[in-house]
Design a protein around this ligand. Structure first.
Ligand code: SF4
Length: 242
């Protein structure tokens, strides 16, 4: 299976991904950050970063509401890879005042309150994690969501004022999983239970056959709402495919 996997066009995608990571290092080290959610795409990126000695600071966000399976894969990757994983938490005072005013499960009440929770638990910590960074790398793929159709391999990220690298942009879901299996990479076991996209426990569910991969996130919101948390807003400028 492994030989068949490597014989395909995926080898070209793999080479391009590694080339982009090397470009990130050449142009932005030591001010490059990998924001790792430990989803399927991100464990592939982590494996490539370690194997190719890419100098990038690895960070992850612990929102305080993550599923146990996510902590398990963070732990497994920490033990497998010789890399420091910097964990960022929300500020306790921010969470306490938000919960005091709107309750522990405010995200179910309205889109505004859901976005407030994401802001407190994700955006503010991510801003701290990206402080001083000039570029960050993500595991976004184009076919994950219609909002990602226009993404480029390298683009200016208006939200954070830095450059964003998306080296897995053209990988398919099957290619991601072929790579994980061929390289025996730890992955989030929720993926085995039909969770293609994994975030916080109360805001993530399994999907049915034929559903959009992002349908398991904030599913109670209106169907035409774009299921994004604000970490990956649309860029204002593209740098072109390389
Ligand atoms: S995904 Fe849900 S629990 Fe997590 S930060 Fe956003 S609203 Fe809060």
């Amino acid at each position: 299976m492994v030989a068949a996997y490597w014989a395909g066009g995926v080898m070209e995608k793999l080479k391009k991904t590694v080339a982009l990571l090397q470009q990130l290092q050449a142009e932005y080290a030591p001010n490059a950050v990998f924001a790792c959610s430990f989803g399927a795409e991100d464990v592939v990126l982590l494996d490539l970063i370690v194997k190719h000695n890419i100098s990038v600071r690895v960070v992850t966000l612990d929102t305080g509401r993550l599923p146990e399976e996510t902590y398990a894969v963070i732990d497994a990757c920490s033990k497998k890879y010789d890399v420091l994983i910097n964990v960022y938490f929300p500020r306790p005072s921010d969470v306490e005042s938000m919960v005091k005013k709107d309750g522990v499960n405010l995200f179910y009440d309205s889109v505004e309150k859901r976005k407030l929770c994401c802001h407190v638990r994700k955006i503010i910590p991510l801003n701290r994690a990206l402080k001083g960074a000039k570029a960050w790398v993500t595991g976004l793929r184009r076919d994950q969501n219609v909002s990602r159709n226009e993404m480029k391999f390298i683009e200016d990220d208006a939200s954070f004022g830095i450059v964003k690298f998306n080296p897995l942009l053209e990988w398919s879901e099957k290619e991601i999983w072929d790579y994980i299996r061929a390289n025996d990479i730890p992955y989030n076991k929720l993926h085995d239970q039909f969770y293609p996209s994994i975030g916080c426990a109360p805001c993530t569910r399994a999907i049915s056959v034929g559903e959009d991969p992002r349908a398991g996130r904030w599913w109670w919101e209106q169907e035409d709402a774009v299921a994004e948390c604000g970490l990956h807003a649309s860029p204002i400028a593209k740098r072109g495919d390389k």
